[in-house]
Design a binder for this molecule. Sequence first.
Ligand code: EPZ
Length: 436
Amino acid sequence: MDRLVIIGGNSLKGRIRVSGAKNAALPCIAAALLTSELVNLSHLPAVSDIRTMLKVLEALGCAVERAADEDGLQYTAAMRAVDLETGEMKAPYDLVKTMRASILVLGPLLARFGHATVSLPGGCAIGARPINLHLEALARMGAHIEIVQGYVEAKVPGGRLQAIDHTFEKVSVGATENTLLAATLANGTSVLRNVAMEPEIGDLAELLNKMGARVEGMGTATLTIHGVEILHGAAHATIPDRIEAGTHLCAAAIAGGDVVLERVRPDDLRALLDLLERMGCLITERDGADGKQLRIQREPSQKLRARDITTAPFPAFPTDLQAQVMAVMTQAHGISVIKETIFENRFQHAMELERLGANLRIDGSTAIVAGPAKLTGCTVMATDLRASATLVLAGLVAEGETTVDRIYHLDRGYAGLEKKLQGVGARIERVGGGSV
Ligand code: EPZ
């Protein structure tokens, strides 16, 4: 099993190209199930979650061809979902258990074929992650849903889902995506209220509209979807990954230096940019050859200031960057307070940060971080995707050698993180055959 070994102390300088967004690509891959024509998605990050999602499509009978980009960190997938009816229409437990986003195939399969069987995703390290909001919305559209031996078995009597006017009782990214996917082929006009406004949903809606769907209201809390009879093929480039970009910004903030990120969307990162500026980093935006660029500067001698954050749905501070900013806060002068409002168990990185020397306290859904703390390298264990990234960030400033174990978590969502950090001067190396 691979691990990452980091020698702390270098500041960072140079350019990093941000890959396509995993969390935007996952629902876009599911969208390919809505048509028998070719859906071509580029800028897919070379991460294991994307590979898993493509395997789910293949298990359902969809033909998938992959072509890697030159740097091997992104690729294009050409997907054609023809003749699926002849198969089982079943997303198996073995795949779904490794990645919860597999549940996103349920909406498209029901909308196009009127039936589907998808394994229940099971437990998750960052807290209970039910799918009741997905199932409630699909049931209101006319699906009969039963849980049988760990599987969601869903059928639409009459074959076609009906449009709904629906208010989600809680903001959910996945439930918004699943219902949006389903509503594109439903009979009539759906109005979905209290939807998630994350940029990844705008990207999905954009692809769906290229496929002939009629989705309105992107970027707002209400989506209107005029159902159509049939969707066609399309080509689409995945938006840049705001969480990957945010992780690199945190790397430059904690280690100090001067880093330019290429292919970013600053508007997707406002809450983090605002925090890092308030903590003392200088951030500037400019136009680049293929999209915007962000430059972050901090002299290593320049003090970081403690600041507070509360995670909440977009456009507020993202839960997916909470762990990374906790690492930065360990180096800030004063007390920083983090309130996590999305997931109940998303502070597992805190204990590993403490092993490196961080001075912090967890009180329910609040973390109190006192800084600056002197971090000293040791072996730490990654517990989930973003927690892994945090430990890497802490390793950049820890004295001596930090070894991050169980980085298969990291490989679920970061394409070549160590290569990109090496490119800006970090001393980080992937080593095979690690313990655990
Ligand atoms: C998405 O997960 C992301 N995953 C997560 O990214 C991210 O942390 C999360 O949104 C929040 O931003 C993908 O996009 C693939 P939710 P999702 O439904 O859709 C509760 C990462 O590191 N809820 O918005 O599963 C739920 O328990 C990750 O890349 C219900 O109660 O998240 C949570 O408290 C991990 N019932 C809240 O809503 C439901 O049916 C938000 O979850 C669904 C969710």
